[in-house]
Design a protein around this ligand. Structure first.
Ligand code: KIV
Length: 286
């Protein structure tokens, strides 16, 4: 573990006010959370993208609250000091304000999250306000919102046209007024992100939306070549762990088949006396 103090909302706001970039990543499991904590990642999002990265679904839509809580618990154990954000899965907040508050509360009570995130603009302002009124910090998510992929027409940059960009700028203001502590902008043009950041009084986090934000987010699996289906343009690859793991797996397979694995250092022995006694015991029984 590190000797880092618990990341708090005042800490994040201080960084924001000082113009210091906030470091954010997605994470879905204990060993990765452990490494992210060591590396100094400040905000961790247990995204419902785990449906795709961890469970192999085509979209995030089948992800349940139970999936989210289980993964959040593992991440919290590995990253005890990070500001942990649980991503509200599809239909855990859309049906009603009450559903939204109850499910947001589950992230806090059952998985020790610090905050939740939900997708959507003005149409989700009442959910945002109610969750915040219940004492739960909430992050907004605008631009490409994967739970609405079908309505948005696919995995596309949002807000390239002036009218759509204006709507996103307005939505950001509405979410801030509803009490969001921060807003994530996914795949909007850099200048739209800049306009929103300049107008906002809360940290704006960019995922593929350029440098003019209060912090940056990447999807962990994209950074290390761990998602086999596609590699989004916005993802910088920091190392090809997928290739390293694949090579290791191929070597293991061939060593088992070729009887090169295991070697003596990979197994356990017993003393001769104990073994002789075992043989005697077995003989006596036969
Ligand atoms: O689920 C997720 O990881 C997300 C990111 C795409 C922002 O919501």
């Amino acid at each position: 573990m590190t000797d880092r103090k618990k990341i708090t909302l005042p800490y994040l706001y201080k960084k924001y006010q000082d113009g210091e970039p906030i470091v954010m990543l997605t994470c879905y499991d204990y060993p990765t959370a452990y490494l992210q904590e060591q590396a100094g990642v400040e905000m961790i999002l247990v995204g419902d993208s785990l449906g795709m990265t961890m469970l192999g679904y085509e979209t995030t839509l089948p992800v349940t609250m139970e999936d989210m809580i289980r993964h959040c618990k593992g991440v919290r154990t590995g990253a005890p000091t990070a500001w942990l954000i649980g991503d509200m899965p599809y239909m855990s907040y859309q049906p009603s304000v009450e559903t939204a508050i109850r499910n947001a509360g589950r992230f806090m009570a059952e998985a020790a999250c610090d905050a939740i995130k939900l997708e959507g603009g003005r149409e989700m302002a009442d959910r945002m306000a109610a969750i915040v009124a219940a004492g739960i910090p909430a992050m907004g998510h605008l631009g490409l919102t994967p739970q609405s992929m079908s309505a948005l027409g696919g995995f596309k940059v949002q807000g390239r046209g002036a009218a759509q960009a204006k709507r996103i700028v307005e939505d950001a203001r509405i979410l801030e007024e509803a009490g969001a502590f921060s807003i994530l902008l996914e795949m909007v043009p850099d200048r739209v992100c800049k306009v929103i950041t300049e107008r906002a009084g809360i940290p704006i986090i960019s995922l593929g939306s350029g440098p003019h934000a209060s912090g940056q987010l990447l999807i962990y699996h994209d950074m290390f070549g761990l998602y086999p289906r596609f590699q989004p343009k916005m993802a910088k690859v920091y190392g090809n762990a997928g290739e390293v793991i694949l090579n290791g797996l191929k070597q293991y397979t061939s060593e088992v088949i070729g009887r090169q694995f295991p070697q003596p250092e990979n197994w356990f022995t017993m003393k001769d006396e104990a073994y002789d006694e075992l043989l005697k015991l077995l003989e006596a029984e036969d």
